[in-house]
Design a protein around this ligand. Structure first.
Ligand code: GLV
Ligand code: MN
Ligand code: MN
Length: 414
């Protein structure tokens, strides 16, 4: 017999809430573009707050604009069990990445409410600020600030593509949420479990319901700036140019050699390029490009990541080089107690499952040093994510929410 609150997880309600959220920032092809700390983000948070109040939750917000929903426990002073994820999306994002984990957490609160279930410990749901890093790089700012990994002030001068400072966007956002009670950054939950779509094809290929996540590979982000000199494209001999685009090509070619991995475990992406003055008939005087580098082995992550600046410097011919590292997240292993609770929950809920690591980073990575942590994955179609075509089946999403409810209930009694 599964607990009443687990049986009270409502597939239709969860799906309808996901689809209502997907309207906020909808883009062609069923996608969503909802950048963090924008009016759309605030609209989505208000929708979430309204539903949470119906489920009897108390709302609060912290200095990093992380949004907290809390359901009291019998011992309200006990450390809470915590779940959550993020509500921001990639500019060309889908309907499930992040928001599923927040709404699955809310579904647990609603199911506890409907079933009239009391838990020994409080249950909390958090919507972390800026997980994606799509507007302000890097991602995971909210969870990094909460966990003490980096103070929120460290991100103050990061600007979005329009030149807005993170500190200004945060201040504007917190002013718009001044009616919400404030809570201090940081506290130690009893355990943290985050639900998320897999964002890869393994569960679907194995016809499995649940991924029991064992850890997250490491990630490092860099911004490379190459400074040359602008010149007339028709008149300036090539040998006299300091062409930042040509030097970017040299740098990326050399980085592809550094990052070569016949086993195809390493991930290396140049996903953002900004060129100045960005016209067809002028030589570029400035190129900025991003590097997203990931590996599950800490030694490889450190050795090859540390080699990036030297490789770029050696590869360019004419431009000045600056390399700035904005994100450095080492691989993490999740806690066996949480992995055990998720395995037991999947078993009790009749879900097929496999243990697997995460290739994507998540806020859970920054909760690991603070509390026993784990994650639950549900399948997504063809593993497509960071793409408007992202899709997950309602019954898989509901199964994930049931496994989440079961895991949190078990951890809340411990
Ligand atoms: C998270 O969105 C990631 O890029 O892994
Ligand atoms: Mn995500
Ligand atoms: Mn994402």
């Amino acid at each position: 017999m599964i607990p009443r609150a687990v049986a009270a997880v409502n597939e239709q309600r969860l799906w309808e809430r996901l689809m209502a959220m997907a309207k906020l920032g909808a883009i062609p092809g069923d996608g969503v573009n909802r950048a963090c700390l924008t009016p759309l983000d605030r609209e989505a948070r208000r929708l979430l707050i309204g539903w949470s109040r119906e489920a009897g939750a108390e709302i609060s917000v912290d200095a990093a604009a992380n949004l907290w929903l809390r359901r009291a426990g019998r011992d309200n002073a006990a450390a809470p069990v915590l779940t959550g994820s993020h509500m921001d999306t990639q500019p060309n994002g889908g309907r499930f990445d992040g928001i599923y984990g927040v709404l699955a957490g809310l579904e647990v609160l609603s199911a506890l409410h409907d079933a009239g279930t009391e838990t020994a410990r409080p249950v909390e749901v958090v919507a972390w600020t800026n997980e994606e890093g799509g507007r302000f790089a890097p991602g995971c700012m909210g969870s990094m600030a909460w966990s003490g990994f980096k103070p929120i002030e460290a991100f103050a001068d990061v600007t979005d593509p329009e030149g807005t400072r993170f500190a200004d966007a945060l201040a504007e956002h917190l002013a718009a949420e001044a009616d919400l009670p404030r809570r201090a950054l940081g506290h130690t939950p009893h355990a943290y479990v985050e639900a998320h779509i897999e964002q890869g094809p393994r569960l679907e290929n194995g016809a499995l319901d649940i991924g029991v996540v064992t850890g997250i590979q490491g990630s490092r982000w860099f911004t490379v700036t190459l400074t040359g000199e602008t010149a007339h494209a028709g008149t300036t001999p090539l040998r006299l140019r300091r062409d930042a685009v040509q030097d970017m090509v040299r740098a990326v070619t050399a980085l592809n050699v550094l990052m070569h991995d016949p086993a195809d475990v390493l991930r290396f992406t140049v996903g953002r390029v900004a060129v100045q003055p960005n016209t067809s008939n002028s030589v570029a005087d400035r190129v900025t490009f991003s590097i997203d580098f990931r590996h599950p082995d800490k030694d490889v992550l450190i050795a090859r990541g540390d080699a990036i600046a030297g490789v770029v410097q050696a590869a360019v011919r004419d431009a000045g080089v600056s390399v700035h590292e904005s994100f450095h997240a080492l691989p993490v292993a999740f806690d066996p107690r949480v992995i055990g609770a998720v395995n037991a929950a999947a078993e009790a809920c009749g879900c097929t499952r496999m243990e697997m690591p995460s290739g994507a980073f998540h806020d859970a990575q920054f909760v690991v040093p603070v509390a026993p942590t784990g994650m639950i994955f549900v399948p997504c179609r063809k593993g497509i994510s960071h793409n408007p075509a992202e899709y997950a089946e309602p019954h898989h999403l509901a199964a994930g929410a049931r496994v989440l409810a079961h895991s949190l209930l078990a951890l809340a009694e411990g």
